[in-house]
Write a protein that binds this ligand. Structure first.
Ligand SMILES: [Mg+2]
Length: 224
């Protein structure tokens, strides 16, 4: 029986589009003369810096937007700015979550014939909340929430769950987190690009005998 390790954000449900929308509203509020496309590289750099300092999560993202007030305008952030940002990031409480097209049907079919383990990264409490909101937990025999997806973490999952490398595949949208480190430890990888994958998650992945690229989650049932 195959084991599929399945990423969650932007593989099972929409995630980055919510961040993109907040960034767009932030830029039009803070710097109405600049476009989000124009500012995106600087925003990305600031957000990566903040993640390195405070880890993933809504609070970090909120802090980065407050920090951006100073960095992008040269003035000190006021209480009004903080209140505006707090309102902007409200969707990141994930009170609603958009499960991607076909995901429920495909997981339902695959759970009959493969072992499914969700492997997501991010803030532990927030990811747990998203898993609950998604209603998808029942399809998985285990759920792994990681701080980062590294070869060491994939190796630990292989050991902890007694997985056979030859029949285990990592499925996800991020070349940096899902594909490259999984291939590095010998797992197969199924790359399902999302139209809006975050620039920070992009790395070049060379062709590999155990790399499959699909155009949609639905195609998984043709292969597994
Ligand atoms: Mg993802």
């Amino acid at each position: 029986m195959n084991t599929l390790l399945v990423d969650a954000d932007d593989t099972l449900w929409e995630n980055i589009v919510v961040f993109n929308d907040i960034n767009r509203r932030y830029v039009s509020w803070l710097l109405p003369d600049r476009s989000v496309t124009d500012l995106q590289p600087e925003l990305d750099a600031l957000q990566v810096e903040c993640i390195e300092r405070w880890g993933y999560g809504r609070e970090t993202f909120e802090k980065s937007l407050v920090e951006g007030v100073g960095r992008f305008t040269g003035r000190t952030a006021t209480d009004t700015d903080r209140a505006f940002v707090a309102e902007l990031v409200r969707p990141l409480q994930w009170d609603s979550l958009d499960v991607l097209d076909g995901v429920v049907e495909v997981l339902d079919a695959l759970s009959e014939r493969a072992r499914l383990i969700m492997v997501t990264k991010g803030n532990l409490d927030e990811q747990r909340h998203k898993v609950d909101r998604s209603g998808l937990a029942g399809f998985f025999s285990a759920i792994e929430i990681l701080e980062t997806k590294s070869p060491i973490e994939y190796q630990r999952i292989i050991t902890d769950h007694g997985l056979e490398i030859a029949t285990t595949w990592m499925v996800g949208n991020s070349p940096r987190s899902d594909i490259a480190p999984a291939l590095e430890v010998g797992l197969g990888a199924v790359f399902i690009p999302h139209a809006h994958t975050w620039s920070h998650e992009q790395v070049t992945v060379d062709p590999h005998p155990r790399l499959i690229e699909l155009t949609s989650f639905r195609e998984l049932t043709d292969r597994f």
